[in-house]
Design a protein around this ligand. Structure first.
Ligand SMILES: Nc1ncnc2c1ncn2[C@@H]1O[C@H](COP(=O)(O)OP(=O)(O)OP(=O)(O)O)[C@@H](O)[C@H]1O
Ligand SMILES: [Mg+2]
Length: 264
């Protein structure tokens, strides 16, 4: 397994570009390989929490970390196993954290990082809200070793990556809290592989030009099974027609966590 915890935030400035889908996809794939996965849901809409079928007792969610100063080791206390796979432990999200975004949080950026200390996880995935530059994403970036951007193959997604990267550049320049944060890749999802339109192809070409070596392959194909799985709150890997998406995510897992892949 891994010597120390690897924490990765999935980020984009555009909504609906696969942050949550890739978070739960990587969680399922890593857990399948025997990795102890933590998911921290920093999106006030808590979609990853719902999808992973976890329900927090009142008040026992990520807000107990982000809204308080006494948080050492809190992730381990708050996390609940997902019925998907007991290897996946989830710090549930909650609508209650929406208010924190605008509040002045003195020293608050460090809370999530402190809370992860001592959690018995090999990989921690942080699902972030699409609002960049605010308190929630800063707490996520401060707690992370790496950030992975997600996008769909279109102009909006491309701009979403550009803004998210601009925010990370600004964070690295202005915040002393995590100067070593690594940009680990740009993942393109909902790729129309059966009929790759000219627009989609042009968007990927432009993404590659903009992001100098960061775009990861394969592109994750668009499949209706992902939406069906989301509606049913299950993993699309359980559906035959979700298999191309699961295969692409497995290949991206090999690239993002090469040491784990070797031991798989
Ligand atoms: N490979 C795919 N094939 C088909 N549908 C997909 C795929 N990936 C994501 N989707 C669908 O696209 C929608 C947006 O995805 P998702 O919720 O993961 O994006 P997000 O970036 O987390 O959005 P938000 O910013 O709202 O949190 C969802 O309805 C999801 O089911
Ligand atoms: Mg999401």
């Amino acid at each position: 397994m891994i010597a120390r915890m690897d924490t990765v935030t999935l980020a984009s400035e555009k909504g609906g570009v696969g942050k949550t889908t890739l978070t739960v996809g990587f969680a399922a794939e890593l857990a399948r390989r025997g990795v102890r996965v933590g998911v921290v849901d920093v999106d006030p809409r808590a979609t990853a929490t719902t999808w992973l079928d976890v329900e927090a007792p009142a008040g026992e969610h990520v807000g107990a970390i982000l809204g308080s100063d006494d948080v050492a080791g809190a992730a381990a206390d708050l996390a609940l196993p997902s019925p998907w796979n007991p290897q996946i432990h989830v710090v549930p999200g909650s609508r209650d954290i929406a208010g924190l975004e605008s509040a002045q949080q003195e020293y608050g950026d460090l809370r999530l990082k402190r809370a992860l200390d001592g959690w018995d996880r090999d990989v921690v995935l942080i699902d972030s809200p699409n609002r960049q530059g605010g308190f929630l994403i800063r707490a996520a970036l401060t707690a992370s070793d790496r950030v992975v951007y997600t996008t769909t193959p279109d102009e909006d997604g491309r701009a979403g990556v550009e803004w998210a990267r601009w925010n990370v550049a600004r964070y690295r320049q202005l915040s002393p809290l995590n100067p070593n944060l690594v940009e680990a890749g740009v993942i393109v999802t909902r790729w129309p592989d059966t009929i790759p339109t000219i627009d989609a192809r042009n968007a990927v070409t432009a993404l590659e030009e903009d992001n100098d070596g960061l775009v990861l392959h394969p592109l994750v194909p668009e499949r209706v099974a992902v939406r069906s799985a989301r509606a049913a709150e299950v993993w699309w890997g359980d559906y035959d027609r979700g298999e191309p998406v699961a295969t692409a995510i497995a290949s991206l897992t090999d690239q993002l966590w090469p040491n784990i892949a070797k031991e798989a």
